[in-house]
Design a protein around this ligand. Structure first.
Ligand code: PLP
Length: 378
């Protein structure tokens, strides 16, 4: 089946009891055994739940892999994945990753002795000087947050595989509609389903996906052992959100391109970061690797912090808020909001200056969005 058909039907069959067309919410902690040692596939919701399974089967079909585990948040997906490593292991991570990811990586390093190297991977070979006997994985986030830098997943995964390392990709920014990391050589994909997959800013959720028997087993075991699994109602919301993923992503991209082109010619804007612009330094890679340029646009304002604040407070449609990927447009200041959890030194090294503004472009009317920014920029 095509991707678009799968968003609606994969993993979801009419309910066997009453024929409900929508997957019921099995809000039950435990399931009655039919006989000693015999149940109907589920015994306890931490270990498995029919609503969660529908979402997991759906996500598997969309990413094109053999296993998915739905967890409580994107950070739970990252925590669960990092839990397969041991003290003494080393990981190489994209330097301008999500703020929460860099914070967690540093915590894991301090508390559990897993060493993390933050590396600019825009040139895949940059990882090589950091590979040694202890290295176990390369953690890729592309496009990056908030600067929309790209990493060539196929190039990194070839280098990683040759050295026996896993390639792990955080695919939150594009969703499987916009990028298919397993086709490019990834071993594990993590998601914050809070963002585009759910798309309606009404749930936090995450998922870990894998494509080998060994990793599938390890990750399922870890999520059950840690207890990071997603709740049935949250799974139901994400599953409902995914049904409109394709139509939403098309509109997000259309509006983001219009906004990026508008900002590009605005005299108060120094630089625009959007992989869909022809002058984005990695536009060719975006065309090759991605199926969509996505809905995230960042820009650097020509001015001081007061000017940044005026723009942040000046929009009416773009709401001042963290998060991304919902139908409504958001504006935020990475240095003091989404990336405040990344220390200043790390932030500056990654190029996230105080005058960068990030937009999550929603699916309102594109002309209204451009007019809103025009007003706020003055
Ligand atoms: C939001 C986000 C996360 C964390 O997800 P939560 O659902 O907020 O825990 C991880 N990675 C990326 C790229 C994100 O945007």
């Amino acid at each position: 089946m095509s991707f678009q058909t799968d968003t609606i039907h994969a993993g979801v069959g009419p309910d066997k009891v009453y024929g409900a067309i929508m997957t019921p919410i099995y809000q039950s902690s435990t399931f009655v055994f039919e006989d000693i040692g015999k149940h109907r596939g589920f015994d306890y919701t931490r270990s498995g739940n029919p609503t969660r399974k529908a979402l997991e089967d759906n996500l598997c079909a969309l990413e094109g892999c053999s296993s998915a585990v739905a967890v409580t948040t994107g950070m739970a997906a990252i925590t669960s994945t990092l839990s397969i490593f041991h003290a003494g292991d080393e990981i190489i991570c994209t330097d301008d990753c999500y703020g929460g990811t860099s914070r967690l990586m540093k915590t894991v390093q301090e508390h559990f002795g897993i060493k993390v190297h933050f590396v600019n991977m825009q040139v895949a070979e940059n990882i090589l000087p950091f590979v040694n006997e202890q290295t176990k994985a390369v953690w890729v986030e592309t496009p990056s947050n908030p600067l929309l830098n790209l990493v060539d997943i196929a190039a990194v995964s070839v280098l990683a595989r040759e050295r026996g390392l896993l390639t792990i990709v955080d695919n939150t920014f594009l969703s499987p509609f916009g990028q298919k990391p397993f086709e490019l050589g990834a071993d594990i994909v993590v998601h914050s389903t809070t963002k585009y997959l759910n798309g309606h800013s009404d749930v936090v959720g995450g998922a870990v996906l894998s494509n080998s028997e060994d990793l599938d087993k390890k990750l399922k075991f870890t999520v059950n052992a840690l207890g990071t699994c997603a709740q049935p109602f949250d799974c139901w919301l994400v599953l409902r959100g995914i049904k409109t993923l394709v139509v939403r992503m098309r509109e997000h991209e259309r509006n983001a391109l219009a906004v990026a082109q508008f900002l590009e010619q605005h005299p108060r804007v120094k630089r625009v970061f959007y992989p869909g612009l022809v002058n984005h330094p990695q536009h060719e890679l975006a065309k090759k690797q991605q199926k969509s340029f996505g809905g995230m646009v960042s820009f650097e304002l020509d001015g001081a912090l007061e000017d940044v604040n005026r723009v942040l407070m000046g929009t009416k449609l773009f709401a001042l808020a963290e998060s991304l990927g919902g139908v409504e447009s958001l504006i935020e200041h990475p240095a003091s909001m989404s990336h405040a959890s990344m220390d200043k030194e790390h932030r500056e090294a990654a190029g996230i200056t105080d005058t960068i503004i990030r937009l999550s472009v929603g699916i309102e009317d594109g002309d209204d969005l451009v007019a809103d920014l025009q007003r706020a920029l003055g």
